[in-house]
Design a protein around this ligand. Sequence first.
Ligand code: TRP
Length: 491
Amino acid sequence: MDKKKNGFASGLGFVLAAAGSAVGLGNLWGFPYKTQEYGGAAFVLVYIACVLLIGAVTMVCEIFIGRRAQANPVTAFKNINPKFGWFGVLAILIPGFIACYYSVLGGYTVRFAANSFNGNAGTMDEFAANGWLVTLFTAIFIAGAIFVVMAGVKGGIEKASKVLMPALFILLLGTAIFSLCLGEGVAEGLEFYLKPDFKKLGGTEILAAMGQAFYSLSLGMGAMIVYGSYTGKKISLVKSTGMICLFDTMVALLAGFAVFPALYHYKAVEGAAFDPSEMKGSTLMFKTLPMVFESLGIVGKIVSFLFFAMVVIAALTSVISLLEVVCQFVIQKFRFSRKKAVALLALICFAISIPVGISAGGADVKLFGMDLLTFFDTVTNTVLMPVCAFFSCIAVGWMMGPKKAVGEMERDGQKLGFFRPIFMFMVKYVTPLLILAIEILGVYELVFPEGKFSGNGLGITLSAYGLLAVGALVYFLFFKKSDTGTNADEK
Ligand code: TRP
């Protein structure tokens, strides 16, 4: 039963591919800058708690939903309840939108890796504003993803992950060790990163940690459902989830060890001219770190190249999974060949990424007061991701019910052990409630930033829910009664 034509050849292959999806810009860039922004070590502890308590439970649900169906998310949710197959449409739409802006950021990282020996310091604004160049590097990045996804799940995604993930880990370890050996300022950096100050912890910080955990683990967007559908029943749900979460968290933590000592070293050497607490978002990766590398001479150039090569790998394996989610559905529902599906979808993604890249570079292309990249990011991550993660938990915790779900896992030979009672309780009550809290507080902050009503925030929220409604409508009009395919339909 486990010998499938369309799927991962081994359990390790599955774990590495899923870790490849999870490990991405969220770990190497989002995690350090959010740690910086939301208070250092205390944030890190809350983050780890979120991964363990709500991330892992949701991941088990998603892998389980995909695996029992051996099919795309629409069919998978339909199998649980045909009235709610539209959950699956959402799980495919979100990654589609993310792919369009993630590719632009992937393009940035390719450019920074390629340009390391020329020096990247101070080049960010000029580069980002150059629409042609951004488009070119976005195209190079997408081409890499096309190459892998076209070769299929086993021959492409699994093979690539088996090489790229260990490479990434070694590069990261090397960068972290280098950073820790810089001497002056390192101790101060470590103190900021590792010594918790719980006075800094409030609702906003906890919410940010929960959101970051979901984003970093690629939850609430179909990815784990799809990769789960490509595994056999033999591999252990609990163990693989544990390994994926462990790998993802280790990479995030190591990224902190690579970034903070280097930053504080730079600060110690440059003196008051530089304040690490001023950095936000893309500034850290594309402005501050290049300055740090620049200050280290030729060694810095080499480290810069290795560092950005690692970021490219991380982003690539994530975009591969984003593309695969949409491809799988197109292949199974419309009986496209894999090559045709990948070519078509990559082209659409590329076409959309062009205005996104231009808008992100500062051109006057805006939606509700945001550049398109931030708009896409907010719509998908702040508003829709929790909705989709919530659906995954509800599908298992309420529609199937924890007893039935756990019974089914055990019939398949899964040993749940101590995880069994925790899972049954969490999946029904705690996890969905916490996800709901992320959604409500996230939307509230969007519509009432700093307590004042924002029309733009409302516009963004309504666009996101509008998209959700369109997805549901499409499902009831076109997909509910028709066959939406399974993995066996891929020729
Ligand atoms: N987890 C990825 C990161 O850390 C980003 C991401 C979020 C993602 N959702 C996804 C990647 C879904 C692939 C599929 O950068």
